[in-house]
Ligand binder design. Structure first.
Ligand code: NDP
Ligand code: MG
Length: 382
């Protein structure tokens, strides 16, 4: 029996993680849950899973729910999330938070010796050095939930220790694949939120539409698998059947295929090194008919090139890129800037802050705050 603490249990990854746990109650037990603003769903989750600790975003929400669930201990805010991340009863922490707010809880979970099922890519993009050093020091398992990285992880295990020549990182291309520059200039929030293959939280759905998601994933692959920018090839694969592949030094390519269903990588991270039964329906290759592969259009989607630059330039550049992207995406979702303003804001922030020095986690937070303030200014001026 594994005791699981889920950070962000009301989100897309969080709810699917609870689906996997619900279907495998003999293997997993929920010991801590955290939510943001979705109190109605959180209430249902608390009634169903009775965790020892529940964390709300605000103290007021924690007090409200605390009165309804007297047997559960409540906490609130980032401090509360950090408490759930290091909860004494947890064997594994699922980090399903969105954005670099996940840095502090991730560090706390690692320091507390918890194994981590990790979805929260922005945290690794901004603080990969500090996180991976802490993972090595603590000797905890750090298991990818992102479907591409779960795929790469599974491929790598086919030849332990073998030299990797290339990582082939696949992506569906998002809702605007094949659009012209003019068309892209006038897309709406509703269109951008309509992903052709995956149903996900709003932030990652917009990242998928700009291709920043592939850029963030390239950096995630760098930290998880030690592959440099030139060793990672991004390939657009609209059917989302091949979830990524690895080419070994002899030229052999091993890929992982499955129906596009996030429950599969979530379940594998929870159960690794074992596999659970019947998590996803069988892959219907004949139904898929054909598998297409295309080069991404980096002129149309400059976020991918910006991420390449950030990966080459170093940590300050990655922090600036990530914080600016978070601000620009929320400004787009709020209708304050247009779709093509997103890369423009990111580029301006990268120009401004890439030369900064970052030597520790405090510098990460300081640069994050300065970048956010500047990105907000830029968004307002548009
Ligand atoms: P969601 O937006 O659906 O979920 C985010 C979770 O974090 C929710 O539980 C939300 O609470 C909570 N949260 C957000 N802001 C705060 C806050 N300020 N304080 C406390 N809690 C907060 O995101 P996803 O599940 O889609 O994505 C999570 C991570 O996983 C991201 O890094 C994403 O890139 C990555 N990922 C997601 C995939 C997917 O299929 N969704 C696939 C691969 C990676 P609430 O909803 O209650 O407000
Ligand atoms: Mg992914």
């Amino acid at each position: 029996m594994k005791n699981i603490s889920i950070l962000g249990s009301t989100g897309s990854i969080g709810t699917q993680c609870l689906d996997v746990i619900r279907e495998n109650r003999e293997s997993f037990r929920v010991c801590a849950l955290t939510c943001g603003q979705n109190l109605a769903l959180f209430r249902d989750q608390l009634a169903e899973f009775s965790p020892g600790l529940a964390v709300c975003r605000s103290r007021k929400d924690a007090e409200t729910l605390g009165a309804e669930f007297p047997d559960i201990r409540f906490a609130s805010g980032l401090k509360g999330i950090c408490e759930a991340a290091s909860y004494f009863d947890a064997d594994m922490v699922v980090n399903a938070l969105s954005g670099m707010m996940g840095i502090a809880p991730t560090m706390d979970a690692i320091k507390a010796g918890k194994d981590i099922a990790f979805a929260n890519k922005e945290t690794l993009v901004a603080a990969g050095e500090q996180i991976m050093d802490a993972v090595a020091d603590a000797g905890v398992a750090f298991l990818p939930v992102d479907s591409e990285h779960s795929a790469i992880f599974q491929c790598v295990q086919a030849s332990p220790g073998a030299e990797i020549k290339r990582i082939i990182l696949t992506g569906s291309g998002g809702p605007f694949r094949g659009f012209t520059k003019e068309q892209l200039g006038s897309v709406t929030v509703e269109q951008a939120l309509c992903h052709p293959k995956w149903s996900m939280g709003k932030k990652i759905t917009i990242d998928s539409a700009t291709l920043m998601n592939k850029g963030l994933e390239m950096i995630e692959a760098y930290f998880l698998f030690g592959a440099g920018e030139s060793d990672i090839e991004v390939v657009i694969h609209p059917q989302s059947v091949l979830h990524s592949a690895v080419e070994f030094s002899d030229g052999s390519v091993i890929g992982q295929m499955a129906e596009p269903d996030m429950k599969l990588p979530i379940a594998y991270a929870l159960s690794w090194p074992e596999r659970l039964r019947g998590v996803s329906k069988s892959l219907d290759l004949l139904g898929a008919g054909r598998l297409d592969f295309e080069k991404p259009d980096e002129d149309l989607f400059p976020c991918l090139s910006l991420a390449r630059t950030a990966l080459r330039e170093g940590q300050a550049c990655r922090i600036a890129m990530n914080a600016a992207n978070e601000e620009a995406v929320w400004a787009f979702l709020a209708g304050r800037v247009g779709f093509t303003d997103i890369p423009a804001i990111i580029e301006r922030c990268m120009d401004m802050f890439c030369g900064e020095t970052v030597t520790g986690i405090e510098d990460v937070y300081a640069l994050e705050a300065r970048t956010r303030a500047y990105a907000k200014e830029l968004a307002e001026a548009l």
